[in-house]
Design a protein around this ligand. Structure first.
Ligand code: PMP
Length: 354
């Protein structure tokens, strides 16, 4: 008998998340994981590694609460937003009975986490403008306990209309949690739903230090929700989810100067995004550049261009979105430094004009 047969059925059948790092590549221009292109510098100050860390480090919680404009009781910190995606399933979904709903094309971890736990994935395709198909969602809510909505959406870059989100929250109140994934919200802070927490007990907002805070390697994310939800998540989280050095650096990143530095990075990325968008629109191999509120651009290429493979061979690693519904011939390009954006444009302009 092979060990494989001992594994749970859900795990045997699982296709793991194809993270940018797992996909590999041999590059010097990495624009495939929506990371910030350069590394901020920190020094460790906590020297008590003989001791277990706090489960929910008080200074990190207090600083994130102040930054987000909520009370500390409304904040949970975890190993990246990916962990909070999973904690929600563990707290709210009965395997083999309940379902999670999300609207492709969107972030891939909602599906992987649900499948890992043997929880059904109910998918309702986004409309052609990548907004929510509310009628179809409402027709598919049986046993749905948890709905993930990514806004700005990865990989399309658009915001979801707030009126649609209000109507969704109201229609599933008492039945399902609505988790708004705001991983990229720092690039359009006015669009955050965090101020709606007072109105909707079933609203959850997911955040991360991986994008605008330039700390993807730290693995630190936040869940903002009403205290009842936070208390349930605290029941299922690991006893020590954040290593002491992680909490140390997260607290520094959330200091007033850390937040200033983040805002500077955001404005630099938005300047580069505008530049890249204009340049891409003039490339002969590009069919369409979609508007983005985030730190990446979704671009549809002419089918003959083979842009992904061609740039890959030159060490410019982009993210292929071809297999997502409605995204044939689309690549997602993270906004890097101006020099990296220039490399992309130079390489695209050298592609044969088919
Ligand atoms: N949500 C979205 C939409 C993302 O793009 C990502 C990062 N790829 C995450 C969540 C996970 O973020 P973290 O690095 O905090 O786990």
């Amino acid at each position: 008998m092979s060990i494989e047969t001992l594994a749970r059925k859900a795990v045997r059948e699982l296709t793991p998340y194809q993270s940018a790092r797992r996909l590999g590549g041999n590059g010097d221009v990495w624009l495939n994981a929506n990371e910030y292109p350069t590394a901020p510098q920190f020094e460790l100050t906590a020297q008590t590694l003989n001791r277990y860390p706090e489960c929910q480090p008080a200074q990190v919680i207090a600083r994130y609460a102040a930054y987000a404009g909520v009370s500390p009781q409304q904040v949970l910190v975890s190993r990246g937003a990916d962990e909070s995606i999973e904690l929600l399933i563990r707290a709210f979904c009965e395997p083999g009975k309940d379902a999670v709903l999300f609207c492709p094309p969107t972030y891939g971890m909602y599906q992987v986490s649900a499948e890992t736990f043997g929880v059904e994935c109910r998918t309702v395709l986004a409309k052609t403008d990548w907004q929510l198909d509310l009628a179809a969602i409402n027709a598919n809510l049986t046993n749905v306990r948890l709905i993930y909505v990514c806004s700005p959406n990865n990989p399309t870059g658009n915001l979801i209309h707030p009126d649609d989100l209000r109507s969704l929250l109201a229609s599933v109140n008492g039945q399902a949690i609505v988790a708004i994934d705001e991983a990229y919200i720092e690039f359009c802070p006015q669009a955050s739903l965090v101020n709606w927490l007072a109105d909707y007990p079933n609203l959850v907002v997911l955040r991360t230090l991986s994008k605008a805070f330039a700390l993807a390697g730290l693995r630190c994310g936040f869940t903002l929700a009403n205290q009842e939800v936070i208390n349930l998540l605290l029941k299922v989280i690991a006893p020590y989810p954040l290593a002491t050095p992680v909490a140390d650096i997260a607290a520094q990143a959330l200091s007033p100067s850390g937040i200033d530095a983040m805002r500077q990075r955001v404005s630099e990325i938005i300047t580069n995004r505008t530049w890249l968008q204009q340049q891409l629109a003039q490339c002969h191999c590009v069919e369409q550049v979609f508007a983005s509120e985030s730190n990446y651009l979704l671009v549809r290429f002419k089918p003959s261009s083979q842009a992904f493979a061609q740039l890959w061979q030159q060490g410019i690693i982009l993210r292929d979105q071809h297999k997502q519904p409605g995204l044939q011939h689309c690549l997602r390009i993270t906004i890097g430094t101006r020099a990296e954006c220039q490399r992309v444009i130079d390489a695209l302009n050298l592609l044969p004009n088919a």
